[in-house]
Design a protein around this ligand. Structure first.
Ligand code: FES
Ligand code: FES
Length: 154
């Protein structure tokens, strides 16, 4: 039996320790916002926060999580600057890749350090969005960065 903390709640799961966190989240805990894409750590759609760092859950064995806190998009407050900016800029299209992109944005912006447009674009380069939302991601990230700098949630 493995215990993992997801969105502030402990879950006991009876799985092989090598099972990728992605499948435990989806199949055992029922968090289906975390998507399967490549299964090889390349596309980013399975990204979650583990102790605040964006990680690819498809290549993260559940046993490696230990007592760390896992956060999916459901665990992000509705008034989080990244969620608000994504809504205001109408970033999502089909939505498939968006939870992963938003959680990556939370990680990238949470340090509060000034970043150029090029830095922000590079931080999202590895994400595959079949709908081509990247041009809206950049302005949303800039808005979220401004809000977080002014004292919004980080
Ligand atoms: S499904 Fe995990 S990075 Fe593609
Ligand atoms: S919004 Fe459709 S894949 Fe990114």
């Amino acid at each position: 039996m493995i215990v993992i903390n997801v969105n502030g709640k402990d879950h006991r799961v009876d799985v092989d320790p090598d099972t990728p966190l992605l499948w435990v989240l989806r199949d055992d805990i029922g968090v289906t916002s975390v998507k399967y894409g490549c299964g090889e750590g390349m596309c980013g759609v399975c990204t979650v926060l583990i102790d605040g760092a964006a990680e690819r859950s498809c290549v993260t064995p559940v046993s490696s999580v230990g007592e760390s806190k896992v956060v999916t998009i459901e665990g992000l407050p509705e008034d989080h600057p990244v969620k608000q900016a994504w809504i205001e800029h109408q970033v999502p299209q089909c939505g498939y890749c968006q939870p992963g992109m938003m959680l990556q944005a939370v990680d990238v912006l949470s340090g509060g350090k000034a970043m150029s447009d090029a830095d922000l674009a590079t931080a999202m380069d590895d994400f595959t969005c079949r709908c081509g939302t990247h041009p809206r991601v950049l302005p949303a990230m800039k808005q979220a960065a401004q809000t977080m700098k002014k004292g919004g949630k980080s």
